[in-house]
Design a protein around this ligand. Structure first.
Ligand code: IMP
Length: 194
């Protein structure tokens, strides 16, 4: 299978370069899958993806999970078409599953300010699950404004706008197989964190 993973990409008139390669993503997602297999053996967790951004990460993560598990989705919107959050979260789709008494793992593409995660936490807790944990592929290390305990973090990244692997810029770029960052925004070459 061939994936769309150029070295640089133009999106909405701006230039982006690779921050995390397909191989780095694959390796880390496989590790997280193994951790979930260990932590949730015999618990039949339900993974709840947060659309739209998490759909690719969730699909890849689930294929590294070898214990019985289920899946459902919330759909939220907060960014609109901008590079900064609108600061308002709107729920566009509820989950269908009954999660009362279930072990829930919420799957996010990226936790930025934590506003969306906080919003979901409130809705999920009202449904009285047995447990709730979070997994996010990316976490912006210095952007958190709302408290959220995230058990599984793929990568801590600088507080910069990123694109690809499900994440969009004005709805473009989700189909990129790697994570990209605005060219010129990284302080120094090689300073990415994992
Ligand atoms: P938060 O509510 O501020 O934590 O933002 C979470 C949501 O904003 C994510 O699920 C993404 O949809 C979106 N988001 C945050 N940072 C970025 C980014 O750098 N690129 C694209 N989307 C982002």
């Amino acid at each position: 299978m061939s994936f769309y993973k150029p070295e640089t990409v133009e999106c909405n008139g701006e230039q982006f370069k690779v921050l995390l390669s397909q191989q780095e993503l694959e390796n880390r997602i496989s590790e997280i899958g193994e951790e979930i297999n260990r932590d949730y053996a015999d618990k039949r967790p339900i993974l709840i993806g947060v659309l739209n951004g998490a759909f690719i990460f969730l699909a890849d993560l689930m294929r590294h999970i070898s214990i019985p598990c289920e899946v459902d989705f919330y759909k939220l919107s907060s960014y609109g078409d901008e590079k900064v959050s609108s600061g308002k979260v709107q729920q566009r789709k509820d989950i269908d599953a009954n999660i009362t008494g279930r072990h829930v793992i919420i799957v996010e593409d990226i936790v930025d300010t934590g506003l969306s995660a906080n919003y979901i936490m409130n809705i999920v807790n009202r449904k009285k699950p047995a447990s709730v944990e979070w997994v996010t592929l990316l976490k912006k290390s210095e952007a958190l404004k709302y408290h959220v305990d995230i058990k599984y973090v793929g990568f801590e990244i600088p507080t910069l706008f990123v694109l690809g692997y499900g994440l969009d810029y004005a709805q473009e770029g989700r189909n990129l197989a790697q994570i990209y960052v605005l060219d010129g925004e990284l302080p120094e070459e090689g300073e990415k964190t994992d």
